[in-house]
Ligand binder design. Structure first.
Ligand code: ADP
Length: 315
């Protein structure tokens, strides 16, 4: 099941386990570690004292005490020393061992902070890439929901260059469209009376029918498709079994991305669900930017949407 990026204080997350970016002593520290210990109360430290510390890249589990989460998984990320000292492998290992521990304790929902990206100095954009890649790889063969909790301004996390590129793309299109609202073909879809689009879509292939046909044409399996779309298996089954299923915009967009549709086909698919790519929507332009660059990585798209405070794609 999927990865969700959220902006939150991890101590408030109602999940089975939250992950703590601890230090090797496990006896508390600053940053997220301090916040977790404050929120959990002194019993957490008492249990941590019994654990005998934890090596970098490893993880240990305790109760959550006063936290809404049932467990705290304490992992130790690497201190950044320039990138040539095995930092990446250790960070991957911190995420992996935490996820394995969560599964071993039957957790279905787990929330991570961006490990090592604070006092430990790992560059935030790289820390985010490692987090997303490692979690997504793990989710390929495990059914759980993982939250990546981002505390700081997200512009830092996707890297300055990409942020600036998207901002420029957005700027050009967002303004242009407001000045010339009719210059985009999809603008016409917006001027059609309410309900007519749906009526027309019903006459043609439905969203579900077009989706399933395109999955077959691409030789994909259902699982490949919903994983690539960052969707939940149950949601996908609903779409598959109901030919008149009306997906949300975020779901429809996610599936267009998963199918790697070029822009015109993406528009066609969205239209069957009553949506258009609108240049009055920042979020649509950001997705369009990625499609135009033939980048169909939904997690990268979501990182960018997140950085611009837009709703994420997926279920
Ligand atoms: P590390 O020592 O592993 O770098 P830090 O606690 O210094 O750990 O920072 C890790 C990340 O956690 C940073 O990106 C920081 O902004 C973030 N963070 C700090 N407090 C919280 C919190 N309450 N909830 C979620 N993330 C937090």
């Amino acid at each position: 099941m999927p990865l969700r990026m959220v902006r939150n204080d991890i101590t408030t997350m109602r999940v089975d386990a939250i992950v703590n970016a601890a230090n090797e002593s496990l006896l508390g520290g600053g940053g997220v570690d301090g916040a977790i210990h404050r929120a959990a109360g002194p019993q957490l430290l008492a249990e941590c004292r019994t654990l005998g510390g934890c090596r970098t890249g490893q993880a240990k589990i305790t109760g959550g005490y006063r936290l809404p989460a049932r467990y705290v998984i304490h992992t130790v990320g690497p201190v950044w020393r320039g990138g040539r000292y095995g930092e990446k492998e250790l960070l991957v290992s911190a995420y992996r061992t935490s996820l394995e521990l969560a599964v071993a304790h039957d957790c279905q929902t787990v929330a991570f902070p961006l490990i090592s990206s604070g006092v430990y100095g790992y560059p935030k954009d790289q820390a985010l890439n490692v987090a997303v890649d490692t979690i997504v790889a793990f989710l390929q063969d495990h059914e759980l929901t993982v939250y990546l909790v981002i505390f700081d301004r997200a512009a830092y996390t996707i890297g300055e260059k990409r942020f600036a590129d998207i901002a420029a793309y957005l700027d050009a299109r967002y303004t242009q469209d407001r000045q010339e609202p009719t210059s985009f073909s999809m603008a016409s879809a917006q001027s059609v009376p309410d309900g007519l689009n749906e009526a027309l879509a019903m006459m043609d292939e439905s969203f579900s029918q077009m989706l399933l046909r395109k999955i077959d044409e691409r030789g994909m399996t259902d699982v490949q498709c919903y994983k690539k779309a960052n969707l939940d298996r149950r949601l996908f089954s609903k779409i598959r079994s109901d030919i008149h299923y009306r997906p949300s915009r975020a779901t429809a967009m996610a599936l267009a991305v998963a199918l790697e549709l070029p822009l015109d086909e993406a528009r066609e698919l969205l239209q069957t669900a009553g949506f258009a790519f609108s240049h009055a929507s920042k979020s649509d332009i950001i997705v369009e930017y990625f499609i135009a660059h033939q980048n169909y990585n939904i997690f990268e798209i979501n990182e960018a949407l997140f950085a611009f405070d837009q709703e994420l794609l997926g279920g």
